[in-house]
Design a protein around this ligand. Structure first.
Ligand code: APR
Length: 237
């Protein structure tokens, strides 16, 4: 039995799949990832991109932060791809219990997934830092300069910037789901950013599958590894 047949059998047998994903899940929807050769962090800017999307930079230079955020981090008008759709179907069929994602693009929900743990937040949620009023992604996209609420407060996207902590409740729910999964599929992530990457250590089964074009530090820990395009694999499951 080859690797793909093995994965097909594991999927058939599973009633509690958890999918852990990263930016590589959305590249086939047209959204660049961060660390691939054509990723965002490989492009040239006045400052290193990982410095721009940090809490310090957001506080010190909001005009530049929001210009960069609107241009490079706010993917609106993109559609879910085959991976998002298959995961939503597996949830519908009672095979998948949760998607844990590092992505902030909301495409899993757009494809119909209900149980989605967004470790790094979502561009679709934006809150006034003064009155906490909710604002849409379009509001931030269309705002000139620094987005301001009617009350005068800055409207901040609900995404986890570098130097900021992750939502504790989301982490706990993700750990619970991963630690109870019978099959954990980790895909489209370089597994280089913590604490997100460390969550896959809570998996207790022997069916850890890694699907990633490039190698990752967790390849040796996986029970099945595919260095191929995610769409190709998932469309065969
Ligand atoms: N099929 C399979 N793998 C893919 C595909 C694809 N179609 N497209 C990209 N990849 C792989 C790349 O090989 C790469 O290793 O997805 C991985 C994406 O890795 P990163 O760009 O590092 O993205 P991610 O792991 O999600 O980054 C984690 O870093 O900057 C922070 O908050 C940001 O959530 C992000 C976090």
């Amino acid at each position: 039995m080859d690797k793909l047949e093995m994965l097909q059998q594991w999927v058939r047998e599973s009633r509690n799949i958890v999918f852990f994903g990263g930016a590589g899940v959305s590249t086939e929807s047209g959204i660049p990832d961060f660390r691939s050769v054509d990723g965002l962090y490989r492009q040239k800017f006045d400052y290193p991109p990982e410095m721009i999307i940090s809490h310090t930079f957001y506080e010190k230079n909001p005009e530049y932060f929001f210009r960069f955020y609107r241009e490079k981090m706010l993917p609106l008008g993109f559609e879910p791809n085959i991976t998002h759709r298959v995961l939503a179907r597996w949830e519908e069929e009672g095979k998948l219990s949760a998607v844990v994602t590092q992505n902030i693009d909301g495409l899993h929900q757009k494809a119909g997934s209900k149980k989605v743990y967004e470790l790094h937040g979502s561009v679709l949620r934006n809150y006034c830092t003064r009155c906490r009023k909710f604002h849409s992604a379009e509001f931030v996209k269309n705002a000139p300069g620094v987005p301001r609420c009617e009350c005068g407060g800055i409207v901040k996207p609900d995404v986890v910037l570098y130097e900021e902590g992750l939502d504790q409740n989301t982490i706990e729910q993700s750990i619970w789901a991963i630690s109870h999964a019978d099959l954990l599929i980790v895909a489209g992530t370089s597994l280089t950013v913590y604490p997100a990457a460390g969550l896959i250590n809570y998996y207790r089964g022997n069916r850890l599958v890694l699907i990633n074009r490039d190698e990752t530090p967790y390849d040796s820990q996986a029970d099945l590894v595919f260095h191929q395009s995610l769409g190709e694999i998932i469309s065969r499951l």
